[in-house]
Design a protein around this ligand. Sequence first.
Ligand code: URA
Length: 242
Amino acid sequence: MSKMMRIDKLISNMGYGSRKEVKSLIKQGEVSVNDILIDNSSVKISPISDIVKIAGEIVEYKEHIYIMMNKPKGYISATEDNMHKTVLDILDEKYLIYRPYPAGRLDIDTTGLLIITNDGDLTHNIISPKKEIVKRYEAYIQGRVGESEIEAFKNGIYLDKEDYHTLPAKLEIIQRGEISKVIVSIKEGKYHQVKRMFESVGMRVIDLKRLSIGWLDLDEDLAEGDYRELEESEINKLIQIK
Ligand code: URA
C-alpha cells in the first residue's frame, strides 16, 4: 500500500499554495477526493490510488523529479550561493516545488551532463565512490597527450593535497596536437578531479564537458543551458546502479 499523506500537505507540495491557502480552498468546497467533496484538511489519502481534484481539475502527484541538464559555464552546482548563479536559477519555477538539488558537482566552468533531482537514493548511487560509477568527460588539454599519460591514468594518479590515489582511469586520445582532445573516464568525483589528474602529469585542462554518468548519456539535442525531465527508461538506468 502506498504511503498515506494529509490532503493539505499533498496539495501544497504540488504547488497549489501554502498550507493555509490550501486549507481555505478545502473550506470553500473546491477540493474532492475520488469525486467526493471534502471539508476536512487533515484527511489522509493515498497519493497513488486516490484521485484529488481542485475545482474539477486533477492534481497530478509526483514524489520525485529527475532532470537532465546540459550545464552551461558560469553556474555553480549548488542550491544557493551568494556570489554566483546556481543551476537551479535555470529551472522553471514549477520544478522548484520539489526542492531539487544537483546530484554531484560540476565546476563553474565545466559543461555537460548534470542530474538534478530530489531523490536521495539516486543521488547516493551517482556520487558514492563505492559504487564506482564511470563518469566520462571530453577534455581539451594544453599540450600533446601521449602514451605516458595513458599509462599514468591507468595506474591511478596520486593527488597529494588529499594524500589520495585515484582508482584506475581510462584516457583515450581523440586528437593529438598543441591542444589535445581526449576522453577521460573516472570512477570517483573528487573535487576538481580531472583537472588535478592532468596537473599531476604536468598538463592543464582548458575545457571540460561531462558526457555520461554510468549508462546515461547526455542528450545531444540539449544545448548548453537546456534541460528536460528524464524518461522512465533513463531513470531506470540510474536506479539500476547498485
Ligand atoms: N573534474 C573536474 O576537474 N571538474 C569537474 O567539473 C568534474 C570533474
